[in-house]
Design a protein. Sequence first.
Length: 202
Amino acid sequence: MTETGDETHLSTFEPGSQTPPRLPCAYGNESRSQDPERTSRTWPEVAERVSAGAAVMSAPKADKTKTAGAEGPAAVSVCAGDPTLATLTLRRDFLAAARARRAPAPAFMLQARKRRDDETVPPAQTRIGYTCSKKVGNAVARNRAKRRLRAIAHEVLPTHGKPGWDYVLIGRAEKTASRDYVDLKADLVRALNQIHTSRQKP
């Protein structure tokens, strides 16, 4: 405050007046919603919901499918359209056929045995099995070979096979898939005739 003559000049600023302090901007809160319900939600509640959701996601679903083999393995499966022709499924039957008679053919090997009277298999039933090892090729090649062997067996065995016998067709690499189908059927007829006219013991 200054004095000049009779007038006193007072300062326009009040004593003790200060510029209001500048508050730092909270960059992380610029877009925060002011919704009271949302801001009142606590972190433990969110964590609890996340944990519950994770538990539901990680819980395994109940297996409603029937477990294979729960009622015991089936010895054979009956071929569609011909109840007298069945498919071998048990390893012991394949091993028994491998120890019995055999007849080679250009595109496959035929193994055969006459079943014993005390075996629990219908005596009027003819059984057939198929073997295609990795020597035949990859999965696609093995499946193709098995399909061809299955097709000729269903056509030939009802007329040239015998009841009470087990047969196994073993595929050959490349030849089973490439041999003419008519020749493939003729090969099986000849192999069956050789098996049943052989003097080897079953």
